[in-house]
Design a protein around this ligand. Structure first.
Ligand code: FAD
Ligand code: NAD
Length: 460
């Protein structure tokens, strides 16, 4: 039996980052991953391939619909779906190989196979070479899987999840997306830009639940103009393949006939066949593993991070937890500031958010002041031809501390980093307003929104 200081189960952004940090801290680390490639959902079938397709499809949309505005003529613009997919696969393969290199560099032992915890300190690997590992500590980083929906018969082809929607062999004539969350919008946009008719069915009366309502409503109008047909307040009761086509049924509505269905109604923690029941590891009623502030589960010596535990299902959240958990195991400070974790939806324009929403502040009875500034009044946004959206800053009414920042606009996903830093450092809106921002940049909209908190925006 091989002895390790730490055995990590799962090599997604939570697991592989924890393994690297633990190795940096001098631990003898092993990582068990059931897939051949390292990188998890994020790298293989999530963040990275979706962003590669978003980029290709957006370039096509710009080329055929917007280049003329810039005085550039590009007649007969076409796209090659096969090449787009090849490029995406190449990016994924390169990044997965990169993690292999990082594992070698940090002398992390990699085991390929399904990991199962036999007892605290013992992991069984079922793979090409079944092995039993012994470890001082075990870290569960097994991520999540797509949530099923009653009545929706997934066939892994015409009716599928994000994994299938990242690799459709042809552009679907009519794609029905179930769920107007992050996956539904990002992948809905990819296929709409490439020519699909996209119908998004959402149970709630709004899109992107959890994000700032005002900006989500504005985003919905913009995406609608780009061709996404939103049908809100729709309860999907079933979907199945019939004679090579898909039929989607909703309460009180005629059935919808379409070419493909993308089910995107959330994700569930992946804790199947991990040995948790035998060990009685405490879980929430939705199956997330419960942990304390050091990420230890109810069983001493067994830890968990990432999508498998409660909190936003985001790659960078999993990474933060991986680093914090490894540092805690090495006797260092173990902390993640959940108020400073940004969330980004990579539509065009992007939607980004960090800290509290207005709804959350109202519910908690926290007094706040609000400053907003539109991209329309920003020189760089005008030059880029991307003037939709705005920045909204929420600051405590008495202390002026920044509590939340919400951005709908060009490169919002990059701009939000400044806001996350401000929240992490406990900055006030006055601090942001007094910070010099280069001109002409999109970031000036953040500065102006900070001025607007105090009613003194300059350029409006
Ligand atoms: P995962 O990345 O899911 O990794 C878990 C790993 O554990 C997997 O490799 C799995 O094979 C392995 N595993 C599971 N069980 C076992 C076992 N018993 N034995 C061995 N190995 C096992 N997040 C963002 O922040 N930004 C984005 O842009 C973004 N885009 C996304 C797009 C899509 C389409 C999807 C589906 C998700 C996206 N996410 C995004 C979410 C992000 O992918 C997850 O939050 C992140 O991957 C979670 O990391 P993790 O390490 O907890 O788990
Ligand atoms: P989500 O939670 O973002 O959205 C699911 C949507 O489905 C919600 O709007 C919900 O109201 C709706 N819904 C639920 N049941 C329904 C029903 N019966 N009929 C119609 N609509 C229904 O989930 P997702 O889009 O599947 O994404 C899963 C996770 O992956 C998210 O937590 C997200 O954080 C992560 N992710 C992140 C990114 C990113 O950071 N850019 C991208 C993709 C995925």
């Amino acid at each position: 039996m091989t002895q390790h200081d730490l055995v990590v189960i799962g090599a997604g952004p939570g697991g592989y980052v924890a393994a690297i940090r633990a190795a940096q801290l001098g631990m003898n680390v092993a990582c068990v991953e059931k897939e051949n490639a390292l990188g998890g959902t994020c790298l293989r079938v999530g963040c990275i391939p979706s962003k590669a397709l978003l980029e290709s499809s957006e370039l096509y949309r710009l080329a055929h619909s917007h280049l003329a505005e810039f005085g550039v003529t590009a007649d007969g613009v076409k796209f090659d779906l096969g090449k787009m997919m090849q490029r995406k696969d190449q990016i994924v393969a390169t990044l997965c190989k990169g993690i292999e290199g990082l594992f070698r560099k940090h002398k992390i032992t990699r085991y390929t196979g399904h990991g199962r915890i036999l007892a605290a300190g013992k992991v069984q690997v079922d793979g090409p070479q079944p092995t039993e590992l012994s470890a001082k500590n075990i870290l569960i980083a097994t991520g999540s899987v797509s949530a099923p929906l009653k009545g929706v018969e997934i066939d892994g082809d015409l009716i599928g999840t994000s994994t299938e929607a990242l690799a459709y062999p042809q552009v679907p004539g009519h794609l029905v997306v179930i769920g107007a969350g992050v996956i539904g919008l990002e992948l809905g946009c990819v296929w709409a830009r490439l020519g699909s008719k996209v119908t998004v069915l959402e149970y709630l009366d709004r899109i992107l639940p959890g994000m700032d309502t005002e900006l989500a409503t504005e985003a919905q109008k913009i995406l609608q103009k780009q061709g996404l047909d939103f049908r809100l307040g729709m309860r999907v009761t079933g979907a199945r393949v019939q004679d090579g086509r898909c039929v989607v049924e909703c309460d009180g509505q005629p059935p919808i006939d379409c070419d493909r269905v993308l089910l995107a109604v959330g994700r569930l923690p992946n804790t199947n066949d991990l040995g948790l029941d035998n060990l009685n590891v405490a879980r929430t009623n939705r199956g997330f593993i419960q942990v304390d502030r050091h990420f230890q589960t109810s069983i001493p010596g067994i830890y968990a991070i990432g999508d498998a535990i409660p909190g936003p299902m985001l790659a960078h959240k999993a990474e933060e937890e991986g680093v914090a958990c490894a540092e805690g195991l090495a006797g260092k400070y173990c902390h993640v500031n959940y108020d400073a974790i940004p969330g980004v939806v990579y539509t065009d324009p992007e939607i980004a958010s960090v800290g509290k929403t207005e709804e959350q502040l109202k519910d908690a009875g926290i007094p706040y002041r609000k400053g907003a500034f539109p991209f329309m009044a920003n020189g760089r946004a005008r030059a880029l031809g991307q003037t939709e959206g705005r920045v909204k800053i929420l600051a405590h009414a008495e202390t002026d501390r920044v509590l939340g920042v919400h951005i709908l606009g060009p490169r919002a996903g990059d701009l939000i980093a400044e806001a996350a830093t401000a929240i992490e450092f406990g900055a006030s809106s006055e601090d942001i307003a007094r910070t010099s921002h280069a001109h002409p940049t999109l970031a000036e909209v953040i500065k102006e929104a900070a001025f607007a908190v105090d009613g003194r925006a300059i350029h409006i």
